[in-house]
Ligand binder design. Structure first.
Ligand code: SF4
Length: 225
């Protein structure tokens, strides 16, 4: 189980339903360009990038996909080479055996059931081999139709610190967030938290003195009014 940040939320602040809008507004003002760091040109590239991004950085994925997408343009291309060749081509993203297997399974299903296209439907995405809820959420959100809220390590940590959830499990955290984050913000909310987590609310040393949420919106703030 990853480290929990629930107990850091000790200060008295307004109820989370009252705080959520100002939290989003202040973070949006701070990070107007917050968005996905993966580089892709179409839904297939988006799906592949997100599948490759498990357990590695977006920078690393972009480095690999820059070459990969020149060679593999359609689902057929992932099945036309020996699996060892695909494994070599994605090796630098780590867990290359599982990822190659998932990619080939996904491409086969796309060809069999969806005319080689990435389906829009959330449940159809979840049927694809190696596509879990987080991947389906990212793909749907980037296509402009978020079906939930992406919970990664930053979203988990910041939601706990901000007192938006007391849960540890990502699915339960997402359930808590869906109840309070306005639906039009489901897509950008995780990006705001991810950007804030990378720049200010560091896992070990949150820089609360630089944080726009410190004085009234975050119960874990280490600075006081
Ligand atoms: S950096 Fe901001 S969000 Fe993170 S703990 Fe400090 S006040 Fe809270």
């Amino acid at each position: 189980m990853p480290r929990s940040y629930v107990r850091e939320a000790r200060l008295r602040v307004a109820p989370k339903r009252e705080r959520i809008r100002p939290i989003i507004e202040r973070l949006a003002a701070e990070y107007p360009d917050a968005g996905i760091a993966l580089r892709f040109r179409d839904p297939l590239q988006l799906l592949v990038s997100v599948m490759l991004s498990a357990q590695t950085t977006d920078v690393n994925v972009n480095r690999v996909t820059e070459k990969l997408f020149k060679k593999y343009r359609r689902p057929e291309d992932y099945l036309a080479v020996p699996v060892e060749e695909l494994e070599r081509d994605i090796y630098a993203t780590g867990f290359y055996r599982q990822k190659a297997k998932a990619l080939r399974g996904t491409m086969a299903l796309l060809l069999a059931d969806y005319d080689g296209r990435v389906p829009e439907d959330f449940d159809a995405l979840l049927r694809l081999p190696g596509v879990a809820r987080k991947t389906a959420n990212v793909v749907s959100a980037e296509r402009g139709n978020p079906q939930g809220i992406v919970v990664d390590t930053h979203v988990r940590r910041l939601s706990q610190r901000m007192g938006l959830t007391r849960q540890e499990d990502p699915v339960k955290i997402e359930r808590d967030l869906i109840r309070i984050v306005p639906r039009p913000d489901w897509g950008r909310f995780p990006h705001l938290l991810i950007w804030h987590g990378r720049r200010v609310c560091d896992a070990r040393r949150p820089r609360c003195e630089e944080c726009p949420l410190a004085l009234d919106l975050c119960p874990s703030s280490r600075v006081r009014a």
